[in-house]
Design a protein around this ligand. Structure first.
Ligand code: XIL
Length: 395
């Protein structure tokens, strides 16, 4: 790797012209001893320090999402191996992609991913078996409850069975809780009105967990959702999880997706939510972490506000202030994960870099679009090695 000064200059030239002009104007008006050299405006980021994976090796797994090896460059694949010890397939194991028709399976990409991970000593987290999105209509066509249940069983037993012993954990059900409140201050599960609910009733969740456990008794099974760390959706998640446990669903943990933005992370609620799930005997993973620096974020399916940015290098660059605010947000989050170390078993980033992210244009990840460590990367390492009391976990 080259020294960071060489890498920061293009970033500045490309990205911080407005800031630079404003600063030059200010310096002309008020001469100071500050050097006029451009790099002084860009936060210096140590590219050589400890990796997140090594730093957190005694705390939790550190993951990324991507359909490896696919069209990842040699450099990107090396970065995956260097920084992460578990991979989530971003799309290729979703129902619509792996099982587009009742008698049609597409195993090429999932097989390649599982093989690449095994060859490179990286674990795999499977995503996702049951979802309202990226699932084709054939599952429900002309189906009464018995027929749809049989299709669900075939889907889960075939997919989980194929990778038995090779996939450490699965998101069994994804995003089953509605975003709209239940009108009863969240005394209910408030399930989303999906085709699964319509055809099978609320038992679809319990059955999905049972089918998955039967296919691979050693796999850890998760319920995964966004926004469940706070407010009525959190209350509904507690109602749902208690019911699943009572009905004997073999559930091991809860996935909090973690699609947040710098000014919208519910730190105190998150800290409490992790403790709430632990009180049910469940583990927690943060499964799709990204913290956008501009605009709102969320787990909603569909493009975020920054999605219109030109793919690969477009969009408005992040300012130094943006990058610092984002680094602080990540540091606060990891302070919570450290505090809740006995419960949080995995933290996975949703993508590899600001180039490979579904929130492209909003700079949500910890490697930039040139694969360089951002201030957020170092802040996460520092959260464990050199904690800043101003960014501590809620007490
Ligand atoms: C996203 C992928 O990142 C995109 O590439 C795809 O077009 C849509 O799905 N919650 C989830 C993930 O559980 O599967 C979604 O992934 C992001 C929201």
């Amino acid at each position: 790797m080259s020294p960071h000064s060489e890498r920061q200059i293009p970033l500045l030239v490309a990205g911080f012209c407005a800031t630079l002009l404003a600063t030059v104007a200010a310096m002309a008006a008020e001469p100071t001893s500050r050097p006029a050299s451009a790099p002084s405006l860009v936060p210096a980021v140590d590219q050589q320090g400890p990796t997140i994976k090594d730093t957190y090796r005694n705390h939790c797994l550190i993951g990324m999402a991507g359909d490896l090896p696919g069209n990842y460059s040699a450099l990107e694949k090396a970065l995956v191996k260097e920084n992460f010890n578990i991979v989530t397939p971003e799309n290729c194991m979703k129902p619509a992609l792996v099982h587009p028709g009742e008698d049609t399976w597409r195993f090429e990409r999932p097989d390649a991913l599982v093989k690449w991970c095994a060859d490179n000593t990286v674990a795999v987290h499977g995503h996702t078996l049951v979802w309202h999105a990226q699932t084709n209509a054939w599952f429900f066509r002309d189906g009464d409850k018995a027929k749809v249940t049989q299709r669900l069983n075939d889907h889960i037993s075939t997919l989980v069975g194929r990778y038995k012993g090779k996939i450490r954990s699965w998101d069994v059900v994804n995003e089953a809780i509605s975003d709209r409140g239940d009108g009863q201050t969240a005394q209910t599960e408030n399930l989303r009105n999906s085709s699964w609910l319509q055809t099978m009733g609320s038992e679809f969740l319990t059955l999905a967990f049972k089918f998955a456990h039967k296919a691979d008794p050693d796999a850890k099974l998760y319920y995964n959702d966004y926004g469940i760390e706070a407010g009525p959706k959190h209350a509904s998640s507690m109602v749902l999880l208690k019911r699943l446990i009572k009905d004997g669903a073999p559930i091991h943990g809860v996935g909090i997706q973690g699609h947040w933005s710098t000014n919208g992370v519910p730190y105190a609620a998150l800290d409490k939510a992790i403790a709430d799930y632990a009180s049910l005997g469940l583990k927690v993973s943060v499964t799709e972490l990204d913290v956008t620096i501009r605009g709102s974020s969320g787990g909603q399916f569909g493009p975020g506000p920054g999605f219109g940015g030109r793919r690969f290098g477009g969009g408005t660059p992040a300012s130094p202030e943006d990058l610092t605010a984002q680094a602080d947000a990540y540091a606060r989050l990891f302070a919570i994960f450290i505090k809740r170390k006995d419960v949080v078993e995995r933290v996975t980033f949703w993508g590899l870099s600001d180039r490979r992210t579904w929130r492209f244009g909003q700079h949500p990840l910890i490697l930039d679009s040139n694969n360089q460590r951002k201030p957020a990367y170092v802040a996460i390492v520092d959260a464990l090695l050199h904690p800043n009391p101003d960014l501590a976990a809620p007490r």
